[in-house]
Design a protein around this ligand. Sequence first.
Ligand SMILES: [Zn+2]
Length: 286
Amino acid sequence: MKQHNRKDCILCGEQAESIIHLFFHCRVAREIWELSPLHIQQDQIQNQNSIQQIVQDLLSFKGKHPYNDHLFPFIGWRIWKARNDLFFNNKRWSIPDILNQAISDFSLWQEANNINTQHFSRLTTINAKESPSSSHSTHSNTSFYCYVDASWIDPTKKAGIGWILVDAHGKHLIKGSSSIEPTNTALEAEAKALLEAVLQVKRLNYHQVTFCGDSTSLYRCLEEARKQCHPPHGHMEIQSYLEDIVELAAIDFRFKFVGRNVNFLADALAKQARTLESAYVISWIS
Ligand SMILES: [Zn+2]
């Protein structure tokens, strides 16, 4: 095993640890920023050599989306905590866990800022009423939400699936992820991810769950089938998945298309499972 040099970055072990490296240039940090709801592309910060400039760029995201407002310091804080936990306790946090913690800190902070929260929930309600396809999720009709995603590269490589179950107050309850055998298309991987999520959530005995995903072809088709009370007709390649999903869902489960910016945790879980080629893991979130 390679001896750890105290000057090396503990997250990647590839370069010297400096503030700018740890928070922004490190490949682990860059992946965290990219998978976060801010969706900061890796090259946006990679070529930037001044922290001041990067922070200024991050601040410019402010106001674009209510959810992203002020989020970035919480991500930075959790990168720092993850670095310390690895350094002092030899405990490595996964990227989805780092993001999960950052979002949960952010939500607590928002709750503490009562006015902010009221403003945020009003925005969410208005947006949801105005457009059913709004990227904001509504927490009005059902008790639970399950965000689902797949990560797919090409038909020869293993794909990844991930899901996270959230209650009506936005509290994260359970997450699941796995790598899966290669599928012909990204859509097929999405359908497989949803079928798996429905199976597991049903097995865990949850009722009144809305499954949310960012694949238009899949979720729009299921939304329609539910509204019109007819069997879903989707693309041929996923027809058998659709039938299984609808049968399992019965009257208990619903489906909703959401934007990628709210589906980032499921996305991060799926991507991690694909790259690590991991087996199925289901865990409760404390
Ligand atoms: Zn590093």
